[in-house]
Ligand binder design. Sequence first.
Ligand SMILES: Nc1ncnc2c1ncn2[C@@H]1O[C@H](COP(=O)(O)OP(=O)(O)OP(=O)(O)O)[C@@H](O)[C@H]1O
Length: 493
Amino acid sequence: MKQAAPTADLARKHAFKVLADSFETFYGNAIAIDTTHKITWISDGYRKFLGIDHDPAGQPITRYIQNSYLPKVADTGEPILLDLLWLQKRWILVSVIPLQSDEGEIIGAFGFVALDNQKEFSSLTNRVNKLQQQLDCVTSQLNQARKNKYGLSHISGRSEQLLAIKNQVRQAARFDISVLITGETGTGKELFAHALHDLSSRSDKPFISLNVAAIPDNLIEAEFFGVAPGAYTGASKQGRKGKLELANTGTLFLDEIGDMPLEVQGKLLRVLQEKEFEAVGSDTIKKTDIRIVAATSRNLVQMIEDGEFRADLYYRLNGMPIHLPPLRQRLDDIDLIAERILDETCARLNIAPKYLSTGALPVLRSYQWPGNVRELQNVLERAVIMAEDHVEISAQLLTGLLHNDLGTVCIPSSSESVMETFWPQTRSDISETVQQHNRSDLPPIPLSQQLAEAEKAAIKQAIHYTSGHKAKAAEALGISRATLYEKMKKLEI
Ligand SMILES: Nc1ncnc2c1ncn2[C@@H]1O[C@H](COP(=O)(O)OP(=O)(O)OP(=O)(O)O)[C@@H](O)[C@H]1O
């Protein structure tokens, strides 16, 4: 390395001395920490400025300055040349530089108040204050919108069952226990999980959901635990956070928990018991603090008997069970839910509000709703679009739509076999429909539409045949579980 010329060396030493002498005069407020973020030195001026009446050396800096930049600079070695810091109820301008040993190793950080006279940078702080106020306002509006969207009041219905469930949710929210929500598809399991989170003490923390059934078995662990940087060929350099980490301090909603492979069930149990996990390809243990809300449309007790679900995990998850009955068993909810769906759909489509005619409600009440509220939503959304200029949604229109959807009309909810009631389109019915479509005097229906209808009917039939067991339905149809979910989403089943 080139040696500094003697005069340059002298000038440098002199400059440092002047700087050190004038530092106390101009920058009386200064502090230093080590790499463990403990205070190693503080100037008298700064101690007084912070209102500390004892020697804070050896204490963590965050005990006195919670939002200090010093720990970050000590960790990264990157200086912060000038930044605003909100301290002692006012803005100050601070500089923080890393401290290095003679060998160039980072040994801590040193910070000083560059300017604490607000008048001298008032235009800057005024702008920051204004932006901060705007940000606070938007954040509170967002939180309010979230609460309105997911609060219990958003869940429509007046049936005794629904009111009892709302009470259970209020109870469950008071305690930090695992909750298991059971019920057929589309009954509102995710909606109630959201409401539970929003009522709980974790409401301002993340709500993360993971649909176990929609993820191929070989990717589930990565999705759940995350992946360490470069864990395997093709893994990203930065690694990827898993849902457990993303949900930390908040709530993790595990939908379709019954579809979790046995091996992963064991790992989830460990997380629940020990509150720690390791990312795929890592041996570093990470701590986690989450509340689990799990949901399933399957009979977990039966699955335990069949050796498909771990009993110990079931008892862990089932801290408080909440069961959502199907819509056909709480007919008193239908009018309020329908009203809400119509209002929301019309507002979204920017059209005048529409109402159910007097004869329309009995049609809705007499149908079985195998897809529950989600199906009701789909039918009413289509009705709104088809009612065009009419203010009322007629019984006839709904009858037609339900007929079109499932090949039958207004099924009485009593004695017929569930199979006939829900999916009367047996194989021969389907071929009959296709034959009718094939008649040469009828205008042809686009092939894509015919294929979609056929796929929809086949999937519904398979799900019903396997009593809602999606993995078995996918197997019977010769597709993967993830593909089945993809298709169900696309075809709005
Ligand atoms: N009581 C209700 N009031 C208003 N909307 C509802 C009600 N119950 C369900 N919904 C709506 O119905 C749809 C389906 O609900 P959700 O996704 O929560 O059901 P799910 O039981 O989790 O379904 P899946 O088992 O298929 O995941 C959502 O759009 C939800 O907002």
